[in-house]
Write a protein that binds this ligand. Structure first.
Ligand SMILES: [Zn+2]
Length: 107
């Protein structure tokens, strides 16, 4: 549906309200449109966590859900290569943390 169709489908009282609102300084319509856009952007725009590829261009991607139950994080990957790379990085990070802990014990 385009904007003309949307407007053509409205009756006079709705159009009057809409026009009045659009002309007001704090247009509720504009706020609603901005909120909706923000929402759609955060929902729909996903990129590969490794290479930044737009996931909408990827026919079959992967999603990894990780972290504690109350703070689940999601990461998207365009290909197995990227998923593997991410896993290696996580492993290296985990190993690094263990090393730090071990060092602290020695001190
Ligand atoms: Zn990727």
């Amino acid at each position: 549906m385009n904007i003309k169709e949307l407007i053509d489908g409205m009756d006079l009282s709705h159009l009057e309200k809409l026009k009045f609102d659009l002309e007001s300084e704090n247009s509720l319509t504009k706020q609603l449109i901005e909120k909706r856009m923000e929402r759609l952007r955060s929902d729909g725009f996903k990129v590969c966590a490794v290479c930044g590829q737009d996931m909408r261009d990827v026919p079959m991607g992967f999603t990894l859900i990780f972290g504690p139950d109350d703070f689940k994080k999601q990461a998207h990957f365009c290909a197995l290569d990227c998923l593997e790379y991410f896993q290696k990085k996580l492993k290296a990070m985990a190993a690094g943390e263990e090393e730090n802990e071990a060092q602290q014990e020695h001190e």
